[in-house]
Design a protein around this ligand. Structure first.
Ligand code: BGC
Length: 754
């Protein structure tokens, strides 16, 4: 227990039952209750995640009411694409500062759910289809924010991978994908960064509401991962308050008007809830509230320009250059450019819902084009409208005419806001038909066409083969417009890479047949094979693979080395050289793979990454740590993590499909000796150090009796019987395999060794 917890426990000891219960639900939409009598103040928790959303009035959780202006940093879909943990840390610190100035104790984020399907309406708020990317970026954001004394709320815990039926649906997941994919990112953030709070999600997991799941909130989160903060419900996620408290769900939000506090009091009084459980929850909430009130106040005003500059830098690093044939990009200042598309003047820079920020400023690309390209060289046509109003043919004709007269055409396409939001999922991954028609028409008029995309989740790119240059600009926050132009003209050399695969079609995606489920259940039938794990296992073509992103320079990789350190972690080193003529940044990725004896495995899985900045001609060594714990798989029968021994292939790569160097490293596995039972198969028994040799001997005798392998038509008896449970061997072996003999054998095998 920390000092703060001890002090909070002392305060809770002075409280009445009713006062303690009062701390376990909100006072208002965004605040906790005070217990002034003993000195526990009320504190504010508010959204999150990529900017502060502190509402002025008209409280709601879907961003409908107005909020105080705050810097809108790139949402996770953008920031994640930077793969830059230092940058995430700086953005986190800026979020913390803005929260502190506004007297907000906890900012509700980051969200580290896995992008299971590109259709999830909230993918823009999440980092990746891969848990290491989500975990590393999430941890950096949490650490950055919490350096400012402001708490974070890691959300949405857990397996909240769709919006459809999100307040009821059960995410039905097998233990391995649950642990290895859906919980791994959360685990990383909790273990590395200790967020002040974790927000449980709305959905059920394998039938149990996250808000009342003792496995999730107590066993996994606290006992296994050592989480020390408090769990807050997503707004309205509480089903049964007393069951939730017993499961480890400390703070219900928003206010229940005291109704559920009374339920808790009654449950303690009638003995159905242990008062110690209530004490623990009240202590956790009081600890945060008192720590916050003791923290030094941060005076405003906010340096709006400094944070806008950081938002622009972050946006620049979030942009992914997907394609750049023939050096169309970067643009040159003297070139005449036809800027086309509604998003160039009316940017799509964040997603809708509870994360909707009122930005302090808003850049648009066209204004910045004029600054960087010169007013004489830049012309504009709207090309389409997002609401379908107006004459689409006329808009297109105007854009085509403009494109035909310019040296380069830049089309700003993307998803209109109404297609992508919290609360519902997308129905397809297509750009609006009017935009696709526009791109083709502009391309026909001008082969030097660049497409810039604004979208919170992957979209199909049917024009990818034809268009020479494509810039994936995601949703980039309030400075996205200027940052995009920084990249287009080369003031910023693009370095972002994809944290989600761009598929060729929706039908190709791993969850296609299991999304969004039906009758209250969504089956995670693809198991471990999420994102690139799926496309690689099935050897499928994709539009652009996970980890892909180009630069205006080029990088050569040397031969990687890998060494197991004393702590079991693997240090991977590789020298990277900037072989082009401009400074640039490269995201270096390390994947592992093992030809596994024990379990099914994806061909390659990301384990570590780092960014290196290099001047032209410069070389630098990148050192990556592959954590031993990240090599582990979840052993279902043993109910724990196990590292399988063997020769692991470490792929050092520029993308999941651009492996630059491969090195093999021998890893010693974890000892794993499961007790044998009558249900154990003969194969398991053969492999057992004590029982194995004995049963081998029995088998030899048996083979003699029944006439050897010849009697089985030349088949290998041992192989034929491998799946046979030892408890039923009497059927073949008679008395030699009687229940008594088998039980003796099992007792011998399971006796403590040594
Ligand atoms: C969202 C959370 C958000 C909360 C408060 C919920 O609907 O799922 O992400 O933090 O509302 O606005």
């Amino acid at each position: 227990m920390t000092h703060t917890h001890t002090a909070a426990a002392a305060l809770v000891a002075k409280m009445t039952l009713e006062e303690k219960a009062s701390l376990t639900s909100g006072d208002s939409f965004w605040t906790t209750k005070a217990v002034e009598r003993v000195g526990v103040p009320s504190v504010m928790l508010t959204d999150g995640p990529h900017g502060l959303r502190k509402q002025r009035a008209n409280f709601d959780h879907l961003g409908i009411g107005d909020s105080v202006p705050a810097t809108c940093f790139p949402p996770a879909v953008g920031l994640g694409s930077s793969w830059d943990a230092d940058l995430a840390h700086r953005v986190g610190a800026a979020l913390g500062l803005e929260s502190a100035i506004e007297n907000v104790a906890v900012i509700l984020g980051p969200g580290v759910n896995i992008k299971r399907s590109p259709l999830c309406g909230r993918n823009f708020e999440y980092f990746s289809e891969d848990p290491i990317v989500a975990g590393v970026m999430g941890a950096a954001l949490v650490q950055g924010t919490q350096t400012m004394g402001v708490g974070t709320s890691l959300k949405h815990f857990a397996a909240n991978n769709q919006e459809h039926d999100r307040m009821r649906s059960s995410s039905d997941i097998d233990p391995r994908p649950l642990r290895e994919i859906y919980l791994r990112g959360f685990q990383r953030v909790v273990e590395d960064a200790q967020p002040a709070t974790v927000m449980c999600s709305y959905n059920r997991i394998n039938g149990v509401y996250a808000s009342e799941d003792p496995f999730l909130l107590t066993r996994v989160l606290r006992e296994e991962w050592g989480f020390a903060g408090f769990v807050v419900s997503d707004w309205g996620a509480v089903n049964n308050r007393v069951a939730g408290l017993a499961a480890g769900m400390d703070l219900e939000m928003p206010s229940s008007g005291g109704r559920t506090d009374a339920e808790i009091v009654a449950a303690v009084r009638d003995g159905s809830l242990d008062e110690a459980v209530l004490d623990a929850s009240a202590t956790r909430v009081a600890a945060l509230a008192t720590a916050w009130s003791a923290a030094p106040r941060v005076a405003g005003p906010l340096d709006v320009d400094a944070h806008h500059a950081l938002a622009r830098e972050a946006a620049g690093r979030s942009i992914v250059l997907l394609k750049n044939d023939g050096g169309v990009l970067p643009l040159r200042a003297a070139q005449s450019v036809a800027v086309i598309g509604a998003f160039a003047t009316d940017p799509r820079y964040q997603g809708a819902g509870s994360s909707l920020i009122s930005p302090t400023k808003l850049d648009n690309a066209l204004d910045e084009f004029v600054v960087q390209g010169g007013a004489d060289n830049v012309s504009f046509a709207q090309g389409f409208t997002n609401d379908g109003s107006g004459d689409a043919d006329a808009f297109r004709a105007e854009a085509v005419a403009l494109a035909a007269t310019a040296e380069v055409a830049v089309v700003f396409a993307g998803l209109p806001a109404h297609l992508e939001s919290e609360g519902f999922d997308r129905e397809n991954i297509d750009l609006p038909a009017v935009q696709l028609a526009l791109i083709d028409a502009v391309l026909a008029a001008n082969p030097r066409t660049v497409v810039v995309l604004s979208n919170g989740g992957a979209v199909a790119l049917p024009f990818a083969e034809r268009v020479p240059a494509i810039v994936e600009a995601w949703l980039l926050g309030q400075a996205g417009g200027s940052a995009t132009v920084d990249v287009l003209y080369g003031a910023v050399n693009p370095s972002g890479k994809l944290t989600e695969t761009i598929p060729l079609s929706l039908e190709d995606t791993p969850a296609f047949l299991n999304f969004p489920g039906e009758q209250g259940h969504v089956r995670y039938g693809e198991g471990l094979f999420v994102g690139y794990r799926w496309y690689d296992a099935r050897n499928m073509a994709v539009a652009y693979p996970f980890g892909h992103g180009l630069s205006y320079t080029s990088f050569a990789y040397g031969d990687a080395t890998a060494a197991v350190e004393a702590d079991g972690n693997i240090t991977v080193k590789v020298t990277v050289t900037n072989t082009g003529d401009r400074a640039g940044r490269e995201v270096v990725q390390a994947y592992s793979g093992l030809a596994s004896e024990a379990v099914q495995r994806p061909e390659r899985e990301l384990k570590a990454f780092a960014v290196i900045a290099l001047e032209p001609g410069e070389s630098g060594e990148v050192s990556l740590t592959v954590r031993r714990a990240d090599l582990a798989y979840w052993h279902v029968a043993a109910d724990r993590w196990v590292v399988e021994g063997g020769d692991y292939a470490i792929d050092v790569a520029a993308s999941s499909r651009d492996i630059r160097s491969q090195v093999t490293v021998a890893v010693e596995g974890d000892a794993l000796l499961l007790p044998l039972t009558r249900e154990s198969s003969l194969a398991e028994v053969f492999a057992h150090p004590v029982a194995g040799p004995i049963v081998q001997g029995m088998m030899a005798q048996l083979t003699d009796v029944v006439g050897g392998d010849d009697a089985a038509g030349g088949m290998d008896m041992q192989k034929m019987l491998a799946s046979f449970p030892i408890g039923r061997i009497g059927m073949i072996a008679g008395e030699a395999g009687s229940p008594e003999v088998i039980d003796q054998l099992l007792a011998m095998a399971n006796a403590p060794q040594g």
